[in-house]
Design a binder for this molecule. Structure first.
Ligand code: SF4
Ligand code: SF4
Length: 84
């Protein structure tokens, strides 16, 4: 299980600031940031602490088994970002 960021993401990094394992990327100082349409959670690094959810003002983050039906593709999209 891991948390998943969906396309509601505004790339404002509010979640990055509270994530204890630094598993949300790309960050502003990374070369991929500009082109990315959203941030992604590394499922290998996420410890399911849930701290990112209340930090997000745009309801973009869900625990994997509660991702809405029409956003389920983002489970794989988050993982795929880290397989590049
Ligand atoms: S806090 Fe929400 S909107 Fe901001 S970068 Fe994280 S997921 Fe995206
Ligand atoms: S649940 Fe915790 S570890 Fe996982 S992305 Fe959110 S803040 Fe980071």
């Amino acid at each position: 299980m891991a948390y998943v960021i969906t396309d509601n993401c505004l790339k404002d990094e509010l979640c990055v600031d509270v994530c204890p394992t630094d598993c949300i990327h790309p960050k502003k100082d990374e070369p991929e940031f500009e082109a990315a349409t959203q941030m992604y959670v590394d499922p290998e690094g996420c410890i399911d602490c849930g701290a990112c959810v209340p930090a997000c003002g745009s309801d973009a983050i869900f625990v994997a088994d509660e991702v809405p039906e029409d956003k389920k593709e983002y489970i794989e999209k988050n993982a795929a970002y880290y397989k590049k």
